[in-house]
Design a protein around this ligand. Structure first.
Ligand code: PEP
Length: 246
């Protein structure tokens, strides 16, 4: 089943109010390629201004807390994100799993909280280079899905992003065959976890997606879009990726 593709940008800890000018051309490209979805996930501080500037472009967060409110200094709840204008939330990005020691159970709780608040949760999974070299990539990702995917996840509000850790920000990508093998394995696992809903969950590829490799990667079976880091920071780089995915 061909799913409507999603191309989402993750600005990480980059951007400023001035950088939101990039969103104008990104929205234009999204409108010109209406057969797919486009979203941008800026830092928390830019969500409200981004959503106000381009109401037609879904804006997302890069993390969310699992609790509704309370004594969690520095954290942001799903309801707060919704109020700021967010429509999506990335959870379990490998940088947060590494830097903040986030576990699968925490990622699952964050995804559950996001979905309950009406956000689309993008759950990130991916193996390290050592795990791939040891022939464990498929097993590692299947284990992350086991622990991180909310069991009541629905195809419309749950997205999985496969992001091999060694491909993020490195300019390296897996072979098309390896991407196909991993995405088929993720699709099968989602079916085992979610039944018929698993077939509706979009599986994004992320890790050094650029204008010159986007079309090839997006044409792989069960690749339902992209999560793009560095190349989402400027319309000059991101728009050709949108066009490559369309
Ligand atoms: C990411 O961090 O989600 C990512 C895919 O980064 P990049 O595109 O820069 O590799």
């Amino acid at each position: 089943m061909a799913l409507r593709k999603l191309v989402a940008g993750n600005w990480k800890m980059n951007g400023s109010l001035g950088a939101l000018v990039e969103l104008d051309a990104i929205l234009d490209a999204a409108n010109a390629n209406a057969g797919l979805d486009v979203a941008i996930c800026p830092p928390f501080t830019l969500i409200a201004a981004a959503a106000a500037r381009v109401p037609g472009l879904p804006i997302g967060a890069q993390d969310v807390h699992m609790a509704a409110k309370g004594a969690h200094t520095g954290c942001v709840s799903a309801a707060m994100l919704v109020e700021a204008g967010a429509r999506l939330a990335i959870v379990g990005h490998s940088e947060r799993r590494a830097d903040n020691h986030e576990t699968d159970a925490e990622v699952q709780a964050k995804a559950t909280a996001a979905i309950a608040a009406g956000l689309t949760a993008i759950v990130c999974v991916g193996e390290t280079e050592a795990e791939r070299d040891a022939g464990r990539a498929l097993a590692v990702v299947a284990g992350q899905l086991d622990g991180s995917v909310p069991r009541d996840g629905k195809g419309e509000t749950l997205v999985v992003a496969y992001e091999p850790v060694w491909a993020i920000g490195t300019g390296r990508t897996p072979s098309v065959a390896d991407v196909a093998e991993m995405h088929a394995s993720i699709r099968e696992k989602l079916g085992a976890l979610l039944g018929a809903e698993g077939a509706k969950v979009r599986i994004l590829y992320g890790g050094s997606v650029k204008p010159d490799n986007a079309a090839e990667l997006m044409a792989v079976a069960d690749v339902d879009g992209a999560l793009v880091g560095g190349a989402s920071l400027t319309a000059a780089q991101f728009v050709p990726i949108i066009e490559g995915a369309a």
